[in-house]
Design a protein around this ligand. Structure first.
Ligand code: FAD
Length: 450
């Protein structure tokens, strides 16, 4: 593609959640935005090779839903019209916590559930319709085009027509977990960025079900049974999604033996507390069992890399991936797109974006979700945890153990989980004291042991 030298052009690598959100934001500031995706997109909503996580339950947190709605007005209504249910988190969730199940608690926290491919399909259609955006699928970015070591001026690509180069004023790496950015930066003479990892060795196995004619769906809209070291090493997510389907993910920590066959899937579900096994035993599977185990938390310290080149930024899973069990990735991608918008809108059109400053501010966005995921996950790692990690885990476990008895704490915890409130909410003395006192013996409202 030849873009005239006087056209402000941005290239986004990868049309996953972060790439779509970034393209939407860039379309307000750039005259042309090219979104490059190595997969060829399916016509209908379906999982694809470049985003294999699409086979697994994807919950969009309340904050993420709010940010996406802001960028794509009417998105929630459009998804709902196409069959994605909207429900109140406190009323519709059957949470199977280590210490019991909280009773239904109206929270005024609307949640919408759908499959990841369906959300992506709708967002892709919206992004394609944006004037400045060209979506080029079936094209792989193979490297960066540079003008000297300190400046990125485009990308090299490979597709059905062979190899080519695309010039750009700004290149956005949104190529996800498998990003090759560290290797590309190495060819510019930059050192390897420091990378932190925490691995609870969580594995996923998922499939979808339909309800046979005449069968009423269960009374809940979602089931959540979280993992917790060291005793609760199996759990699940189940959500009602579009097309009147149920999406079920079973998961386990510490390299679990994941189910493969119909029988193994049901047998794994039967080892859990809560209603999932009983529900799926009467449903018709509409997909094979799909497994996934690349769930390590990984944070690349691009914000500390000396010599970060001009004309380049990175966001989404390419920079920071979380153990998906905490459901944070899509919401963090949305928040990073919002940061991009803030940094673009505050400057003169032709002033280049300060890529290094962007990476520094992005690191502040990922800091809190990183702690939310890695503090509990460190408890699965064999090494001896530091005292702040031990204290953090003690506090979170005490909170979660008190939640089934305390609707106000349940609501506060849910807001924290959905990122609509920060950790400081729990510093409120009325809440803090109840966490410190902890659960009262014998007052668990609904026992969920099978
Ligand atoms: C099993 C699992 C379950 C998850 N569950 C949840 C959940 O419940 N809630 C939640 O919020 N998040 C969840 N996530 C995380 C979520 O999927 C990611 O955080 C989110 O998709 C990040 O978006 P991204 O755009 O950075 O990466 P991706 O969505 O992975 O997109 C990257 C894109 O880049 C493309 N690409 C890669 N390399 C190139 C290249 N060289 N050239 C062109 N294109 C390229 C890929 O094909 C892909 O389309 C889950 C993840 C996993 C693995």
């Amino acid at each position: 593609m030849l873009i005239g030298s006087d056209t402000r052009h941005a290239v986004v690598i990868g049309a996953g959640m972060a790439g779509l959100a970034a393209a939407r934001v860039l379309s307000d500031s750039f005259e042309a935005v090219t979104l490059i995706e190595r997969d060829t997109f399916p016509r209908e909503s379906a999982p694809r090779a470049g985003a294999p996580q699409g086979h697994h339950v994807h919950g969009l947190l309340a904050l993420g839903a709010e940010v996406f709605e802001g960028y794509f007005p009417g998105l929630r209504a459009e998804l709902e019209q196409a069959g994605a249910p909207v429900w109140d988190w406190g009323e519709g969730l059957y949470a199977v916590l280590p210490n019991g199940t909280p009773p239904p608690t109206p929270m005024g926290m609307p949640i919408q559930t759908f499959s990841r491919p369906f959300l992506e399909h709708v967002l892709r259609r919206r992004v394609r319709a944006l004037e400045p955006v060209t979506l080029r699928d079936g094209l792989t970015v193979t490297g960066l085009r540079t003008a000297g070591p300190g400046k990125v001026v485009g990308v090299r690509v490979k597709g059905g027509d062979g190899e080519d180069e695309i010039a750009a004023d700004l290149v956005v790496d949104a190529s996800g977990r498998s990003s090759r950015l560290p290797q590309w930066l190495a060819t510019l003479g930059l050192p390897s960025p420091r990378t932190a990892t925490v691995d609870a060795q969580v594995g996923y196995a998922s499939r979808t079900y339909s309800y046979p004619d005449g069968q009423t769906p269960p009374p809940w809209m979602g089931v959540l049974q979280p993992l917790r070291a060291p005793d609760f090493h199996k759990g699940c997510y189940a959500i009602q999604i579009e097309n009147n389907a149920l999406h079920v993910t079973l998961h386990g920590a510490n390299r679990p033996q994941l189910p493969h066959t119909d029988d193994e899937f049901l047998a794994f579900a039967k080892t859990l507390r809560g209603p999932v096994a009983e529900t799926i035993a009467h449903l018709t599977p509409t997909s094979a069992v799909r497994r996934y185990a690349r769930t390590v938390n990984r944070r690349v310290a691009y914000h500390r890399l000396a010599g970060w080149p001009d004309g380049l930024i990175a966001l989404g899973d390419s920079v920071c991936t979380f153990n998906p069990a905490y459901g944070q990735g899509m919401t963090v991608a949305a928040l990073e797109a919002r940061l991009l918008e803030q940094m673009l809108s505050g400057r003169h059109t032709r002033t280049p974006l300060d890529g290094q400053a962007f990476q520094r501010r992005l690191a502040r966005i990922t800091a809190s979700p990183w702690l939310m995921a890695t503090i509990p996950d460190r408890a699965w790692e064999g090494s001896r945890p530091s005292w702040p990690v031990k204290a953090g885990n003690w506090f979170m476990n005490r909170l979660i153990d008190t939640v089934p008895q305390d609707p106000q704490l349940y609501t506060a915890f849910s807001a924290l989980f959905h990122m609509t409130a920060g950790p400081l909410t729990l510093a409120d003395p009325r809440l803090l004291s109840r966490v410190l006192i902890g659960p009262r013996p014998g007052r668990i409202p609904r026992t969920t042991t099978t």
